[in-house]
Design a protein around this ligand. Structure first.
Ligand code: HEM
Length: 210
Protein backbone atom coordinates (compact mmCIF):
# COMPACT_ATOMS: atom_id res chain seq x y z
CA UNK A 1 0.00 0.00 0.00
CA UNK A 2 2.71 2.44 1.04
CA UNK A 3 5.20 1.74 -1.79
CA UNK A 4 2.57 2.14 -4.53
CA UNK A 5 1.15 5.14 -2.65
CA UNK A 6 4.54 6.89 -2.56
CA UNK A 7 4.97 6.34 -6.33
CA UNK A 8 1.52 7.88 -6.91
CA UNK A 9 2.27 10.85 -4.65
CA UNK A 10 5.49 11.52 -6.60
CA UNK A 11 3.51 11.43 -9.85
CA UNK A 12 0.90 13.80 -8.40
CA UNK A 13 3.52 16.39 -7.44
CA UNK A 14 5.37 16.11 -10.77
CA UNK A 15 2.07 16.48 -12.68
CA UNK A 16 0.96 19.46 -10.57
CA UNK A 17 4.33 21.17 -11.13
CA UNK A 18 4.02 20.57 -14.89
CA UNK A 19 0.51 22.05 -14.89
CA UNK A 20 1.89 25.31 -13.44
CA UNK A 21 3.48 25.94 -16.86
CA UNK A 22 0.07 27.21 -17.95
CA UNK A 23 0.77 30.40 -15.97
CA UNK A 24 4.02 30.90 -17.86
CA UNK A 25 2.35 30.88 -21.25
CA UNK A 26 0.50 29.09 -23.96
CA UNK A 27 3.59 27.97 -25.91
CA UNK A 28 5.45 26.93 -22.76
CA UNK A 29 2.62 24.60 -21.78
CA UNK A 30 2.52 22.99 -25.23
CA UNK A 31 6.31 22.81 -25.31
CA UNK A 32 6.31 21.01 -21.97
CA UNK A 33 3.78 18.44 -23.28
CA UNK A 34 5.92 17.96 -26.38
CA UNK A 35 9.03 17.54 -24.23
CA UNK A 36 7.25 14.77 -22.27
CA UNK A 37 6.82 12.89 -25.53
CA UNK A 38 10.44 13.24 -26.61
CA UNK A 39 11.97 12.57 -23.16
CA UNK A 40 14.70 9.91 -23.30
CA UNK A 41 15.53 10.50 -26.98
CA UNK A 42 17.82 9.78 -28.77
CA UNK A 43 18.61 6.87 -26.44
CA UNK A 44 15.00 5.67 -26.80
CA UNK A 45 12.64 6.18 -29.75
CA UNK A 46 10.04 9.02 -29.44
CA UNK A 47 7.25 8.49 -26.83
CA UNK A 48 8.93 5.37 -25.36
CA UNK A 49 9.84 7.02 -22.08
CA UNK A 50 6.29 8.38 -21.75
CA UNK A 51 4.93 4.87 -22.24
CA UNK A 52 7.36 3.45 -19.66
CA UNK A 53 6.07 6.09 -17.19
CA UNK A 54 2.46 5.28 -18.09
CA UNK A 55 3.03 1.55 -17.53
CA UNK A 56 4.77 2.30 -14.20
CA UNK A 57 1.81 4.47 -13.18
CA UNK A 58 -0.69 1.79 -14.14
CA UNK A 59 1.25 -0.87 -12.19
CA UNK A 60 1.28 1.45 -9.14
CA UNK A 61 -2.51 2.07 -9.40
CA UNK A 62 -3.30 -1.66 -9.79
CA UNK A 63 -0.96 -2.57 -6.90
CA UNK A 64 -2.56 0.14 -4.74
CA UNK A 65 -6.10 -1.12 -5.41
CA UNK A 66 -4.99 -4.74 -4.89
CA UNK A 67 -3.37 -3.91 -1.54
CA UNK A 68 -6.46 -1.95 -0.45
CA UNK A 69 -8.73 -4.90 -1.35
CA UNK A 70 -6.49 -7.35 0.54
CA UNK A 71 -6.51 -5.11 3.62
CA UNK A 72 -10.32 -4.84 3.48
CA UNK A 73 -10.69 -8.64 3.21
CA UNK A 74 -8.24 -9.14 6.09
CA UNK A 75 -10.11 -6.62 8.25
CA UNK A 76 -13.44 -8.34 7.51
CA UNK A 77 -11.98 -11.78 8.35
CA UNK A 78 -10.60 -10.48 11.62
CA UNK A 79 -14.12 -9.37 12.63
CA UNK A 80 -16.60 -11.74 10.90
CA UNK A 81 -19.43 -10.85 13.30
CA UNK A 82 -20.59 -7.25 13.07
CA UNK A 83 -20.56 -5.11 16.19
CA UNK A 84 -24.01 -5.14 17.84
CA UNK A 85 -23.45 -1.54 18.79
CA UNK A 86 -20.76 0.38 16.99
CA UNK A 87 -19.78 3.56 18.75
CA UNK A 88 -19.14 6.62 16.58
CA UNK A 89 -15.87 5.97 14.73
CA UNK A 90 -12.95 8.03 15.94
CA UNK A 91 -10.61 9.54 13.41
CA UNK A 92 -10.69 12.13 10.70
CA UNK A 93 -13.19 12.46 7.88
CA UNK A 94 -10.39 11.54 5.44
CA UNK A 95 -9.66 8.28 7.30
CA UNK A 96 -13.30 7.21 7.19
CA UNK A 97 -13.70 7.90 3.50
CA UNK A 98 -10.54 6.25 2.14
CA UNK A 99 -12.31 3.45 0.24
CA UNK A 100 -15.05 5.53 -1.38
CA UNK A 101 -12.65 8.41 -1.86
CA UNK A 102 -10.38 6.03 -3.76
CA UNK A 103 -13.26 4.95 -6.03
CA UNK A 104 -14.11 8.62 -6.80
CA UNK A 105 -10.46 9.33 -7.62
CA UNK A 106 -10.35 6.30 -9.93
CA UNK A 107 -13.50 7.38 -11.80
CA UNK A 108 -12.06 10.88 -12.11
CA UNK A 109 -8.78 9.53 -13.60
CA UNK A 110 -10.75 7.56 -16.24
CA UNK A 111 -12.78 10.68 -17.17
CA UNK A 112 -9.65 12.85 -17.09
CA UNK A 113 -7.69 10.60 -19.50
CA UNK A 114 -10.66 10.52 -21.94
CA UNK A 115 -10.83 14.31 -21.61
CA UNK A 116 -7.25 15.61 -21.71
CA UNK A 117 -5.12 12.71 -22.97
CA UNK A 118 -7.19 10.98 -25.66
CA UNK A 119 -9.44 14.05 -26.19
CA UNK A 120 -12.67 12.05 -26.65
CA UNK A 121 -14.59 14.13 -24.08
CA UNK A 122 -12.91 17.44 -24.85
CA UNK A 123 -14.42 20.18 -27.09
CA UNK A 124 -11.06 20.59 -28.90
CA UNK A 125 -9.54 17.16 -28.31
CA UNK A 126 -6.28 17.78 -30.18
CA UNK A 127 -3.43 15.97 -28.41
CA UNK A 128 -0.84 18.23 -30.07
CA UNK A 129 -2.47 21.33 -28.44
CA UNK A 130 -2.90 20.56 -24.72
CA UNK A 131 -3.18 24.30 -23.90
CA UNK A 132 -6.19 24.70 -26.23
CA UNK A 133 -7.74 21.55 -24.73
CA UNK A 134 -7.43 22.91 -21.18
CA UNK A 135 -8.83 26.36 -22.10
CA UNK A 136 -11.82 24.82 -23.93
CA UNK A 137 -12.42 22.37 -21.10
CA UNK A 138 -12.88 24.93 -18.35
CA UNK A 139 -14.65 27.68 -20.36
CA UNK A 140 -17.22 29.55 -18.18
CA UNK A 141 -20.20 27.88 -19.91
CA UNK A 142 -18.73 24.47 -18.99
CA UNK A 143 -18.84 25.37 -15.28
CA UNK A 144 -20.11 21.84 -14.47
CA UNK A 145 -16.79 20.37 -15.75
CA UNK A 146 -14.87 22.81 -13.55
CA UNK A 147 -17.11 21.86 -10.62
CA UNK A 148 -16.49 18.15 -11.26
CA UNK A 149 -12.72 18.77 -11.31
CA UNK A 150 -12.92 20.83 -8.10
CA UNK A 151 -14.82 18.07 -6.24
CA UNK A 152 -12.46 15.38 -7.59
CA UNK A 153 -9.32 17.30 -6.68
CA UNK A 154 -10.65 17.80 -3.13
CA UNK A 155 -11.26 14.01 -2.99
CA UNK A 156 -7.64 13.50 -4.13
CA UNK A 157 -6.51 15.90 -1.37
CA UNK A 158 -8.47 14.10 1.37
CA UNK A 159 -7.21 10.73 0.16
CA UNK A 160 -3.66 12.00 0.03
CA UNK A 161 -3.81 13.60 3.45
CA UNK A 162 -4.74 10.36 5.13
CA UNK A 163 -2.33 8.36 2.93
CA UNK A 164 0.69 10.53 3.76
CA UNK A 165 -0.28 10.55 7.42
CA UNK A 166 -0.37 6.71 7.50
CA UNK A 167 2.96 6.48 5.65
CA UNK A 168 4.70 8.96 7.99
CA UNK A 169 3.29 7.12 11.01
CA UNK A 170 4.52 3.78 9.67
CA UNK A 171 8.02 5.23 9.33
CA UNK A 172 8.25 6.80 12.80
CA UNK A 173 7.84 5.70 16.39
CA UNK A 174 4.39 6.60 17.59
CA UNK A 175 5.07 9.30 20.12
CA UNK A 176 2.84 12.35 20.68
CA UNK A 177 5.39 14.60 18.97
CA UNK A 178 5.70 12.32 15.91
CA UNK A 179 1.93 12.10 15.67
CA UNK A 180 1.75 15.91 15.54
CA UNK A 181 4.51 15.98 12.91
CA UNK A 182 2.67 13.40 10.79
CA UNK A 183 -0.54 15.44 10.99
CA UNK A 184 1.13 18.72 10.03
CA UNK A 185 3.20 17.17 7.18
CA UNK A 186 0.22 15.42 5.62
CA UNK A 187 -2.05 18.47 5.93
CA UNK A 188 0.49 20.90 4.46
CA UNK A 189 1.39 18.60 1.51
CA UNK A 190 -2.27 17.92 0.73
CA UNK A 191 -3.24 21.62 0.88
CA UNK A 192 -0.32 22.64 -1.37
CA UNK A 193 -1.20 19.95 -3.92
CA UNK A 194 -4.92 20.76 -3.94
CA UNK A 195 -4.15 24.49 -4.38
CA UNK A 196 -1.85 23.76 -7.33
CA UNK A 197 -4.41 21.54 -9.05
CA UNK A 198 -7.39 23.82 -8.39
CA UNK A 199 -5.56 26.89 -9.65
CA UNK A 200 -5.69 25.72 -13.29
CA UNK A 201 -9.44 25.06 -13.84
CA UNK A 202 -10.38 28.07 -11.68
CA UNK A 203 -7.96 30.42 -13.48
CA UNK A 204 -9.42 29.39 -16.85
CA UNK A 205 -13.07 29.64 -15.72
CA UNK A 206 -12.51 33.12 -14.25
CA UNK A 207 -10.56 34.26 -17.31
CA UNK A 208 -7.17 34.81 -15.60
CA UNK A 209 -5.60 32.48 -18.15
CA UNK A 210 -6.63 32.61 -21.82
C1 HEM B 1 -7.12 19.69 -11.96
C2 HEM B 1 -6.14 20.02 -12.72
C3 HEM B 1 -5.50 19.13 -13.75
C4 HEM B 1 -5.14 19.53 -15.00
C5 HEM B 1 -5.32 20.91 -15.60
C6 HEM B 1 -4.55 18.39 -15.65
C7 HEM B 1 -4.04 18.41 -16.94
C8 HEM B 1 -3.65 17.30 -17.66
C9 HEM B 1 -3.28 17.30 -19.06
C10 HEM B 1 -3.25 18.54 -19.97
C11 HEM B 1 -2.97 16.02 -19.39
C12 HEM B 1 -2.52 15.52 -20.78
C13 HEM B 1 -1.01 15.58 -20.84
C14 HEM B 1 -0.51 15.24 -22.21
O1 HEM B 1 -1.19 14.58 -22.98
O2 HEM B 1 0.63 15.64 -22.49
C15 HEM B 1 -3.13 15.21 -18.20
C16 HEM B 1 -2.90 13.85 -18.13
C17 HEM B 1 -3.05 13.09 -16.98
N1 HEM B 1 -3.42 13.53 -15.73
FE1 HEM B 1 -3.96 15.40 -15.27
N2 HEM B 1 -4.54 17.32 -14.79
C18 HEM B 1 -5.13 17.71 -13.62
C19 HEM B 1 -5.33 16.94 -12.49
C20 HEM B 1 -4.99 15.61 -12.38
C21 HEM B 1 -5.17 14.81 -11.19
C22 HEM B 1 -5.73 15.35 -9.88
C23 HEM B 1 -4.72 13.55 -11.49
C24 HEM B 1 -4.67 12.32 -10.63
C25 HEM B 1 -5.48 12.07 -9.63
C26 HEM B 1 -4.28 13.56 -12.87
C27 HEM B 1 -3.79 12.46 -13.55
C28 HEM B 1 -3.45 12.44 -14.88
C29 HEM B 1 -3.07 11.25 -15.61
C30 HEM B 1 -2.95 9.84 -15.03
C31 HEM B 1 -2.81 11.65 -16.94
C32 HEM B 1 -2.38 10.76 -18.10
C33 HEM B 1 -0.89 10.86 -18.28
C34 HEM B 1 -0.53 10.25 -19.62
O3 HEM B 1 -0.51 9.04 -19.73
O4 HEM B 1 -0.26 11.01 -20.55
N3 HEM B 1 -4.44 14.83 -13.37
N4 HEM B 1 -3.55 16.00 -17.16
Amino acid sequence: MAVSGIALVLFLFAHAAGNMKIFVGNEDFDHYAHWLRTLGTPLLPDVWFLWIMRIGLLVAIVAHIYAATQLTIRAKKARPVKYAHRPKVQGSYAARTMRWGGVIVLLFIIYHILDLTTGHLNPVGDSTRPHANVIADFAPDRWYVTLFYVVSVIAVGLHLRHGIWSAVRTLGQQSKQNEFRAQVTSLVLAVVLVAMYLSVPLAVTFGWVK
